[in-house]
Design a protein around this ligand. Structure first.
Ligand code: PXG
Length: 294
């Protein structure tokens, strides 16, 4: 048997090196499709139901009919993890419009392509949680809600990729995207939170930001801990002068932000509320009740 990871494509399993799709797939040609990034911790797929629900909401928004029921999709994820004997992984679910012709009309694509990849992800430096990361406001504005909004987790991530290129070019760890009027939207694959005078603020999804599942966990934790959380516009000025700031995301989890455009945030160290939420988040991911056992 091959020692390579197996990838699910349209109901079949292929070794990673053989897991290929057509160059005529509109996911590739036009970014026409949707995806999810999910984590499995110790054999429990964290918030799988929430991720699958969001995948179907994204698909609905682009009028893409996923050819599997949510139950079948859940089974495909669990089966792929079992086949790969994975207990701690990063799962990428992709549904594209499927194979069509060289015109962009989705009606030319009779069958969506469904892919489940179970692998690993490592997007932050090992000590990021202890030291915090550096960020910058990118010149690349978040796409507005009446364009390729990131409320939809679509295969159109060029907006985020361009912002990331800017962060790389400037030698900072991550980029933050502003929306058209100049308020903070989100990171390239993370939601943003700031802390001021013991209260937490996070931008509305009307900035074109994704309703993050990790952000939802933070919101639940704030309620439990009696920390006031308000969804509100955050200006660059507010971010520069925050006491604390942090990112949330499936890939990043909770990570303190220590700097934005060379302005130090707070005292430049992870603050008490960020540290409390990081510790509480760890408990949430370790609780089997918050996921689906494979
Ligand atoms: N905003 C955007 C635009 C995202 O893509 C988040 C926020 C955080 O949402 P969750 O539900 O994960 O808390 C995401 C998701 C990467 C990578 O390589 C990041 C995401 C997805 C896929 C890849 O950094 N983040």
């Amino acid at each position: 048997m091959s020692s390579e990871l197996l990838v699910y494509i349209d109901g079949e399993y292929y070794p990673k090196s053989q897991a290929k799709i057509s160059v005529y797939d509109h996911g590739f040609l036009y970014g026409d499709g949707v995806f999810e990034g999910i984590r499995e911790y110790n054999g429990i797929v964290f918030k799988l139901k929430e991720h699958i629900d969001r995948l179907y909401r994204s698909a609905h928004a682009i009028a893409l009919q996923i050819p599997l029921t949510k139950e079948e999709m859940t089974k495909a994820v669990v089966e792929t993890l079992r086949k790969n004997k994975m207990r701690d992984s990063y799962i990428r679910l992709v549904v594209s419009r499927g194979v069509g012709d060289l015109g962009l009309d989705p009606r030319k694509c009779p069958k969506p392509t469904v892919i489940v990849i179970t692998d690993t992800i490592n997007i932050r430096a090992g000590n990021a949680k202890e030291t915090g990361i550096t960020t910058m406001f990118s010149w690349v504005r978040r796409n507005p809600v009446d364009a390729t909004t990131h409320e939809i987790k679509s295969l159109n991530y060029l907006n985020s990729v361009m912002a990331k290129i800017e962060a790389n070019a400037c030698g900072v760890d991550e980029a933050i995207c502003l929306e058209a009027s100049g308020c903070v939207a989100e990171g390239v694959g993370e939601n943003v939170f700031i802390v001021k005078n013991g209260e937490i603020l996070t931008p509305p999804t009307a900035t074109g930001a994704l309703a993050g599942i990790t952000a939802e966990v933070v919101s639940m934790l704030c309620e439990k801990l009696g920390i006031k959380l308000t969804v509100a516009n955050i200006t660059p000025f507010m971010m520069f002068n925050a006491d604390e700031a942090f990112f949330t995301g499936t890939a990043m989890e909770l990570v303190p932000i220590r700097e934005v455009n060379k302005r130090q945030i707070g005292d430049g160290k992870p603050g008490p509320i960020t540290k409390l939420l990081m510790a509480e988040f760890q408990k949430v991911i370790e609780n089997p009740a918050n996921g689906t056992r494979i």
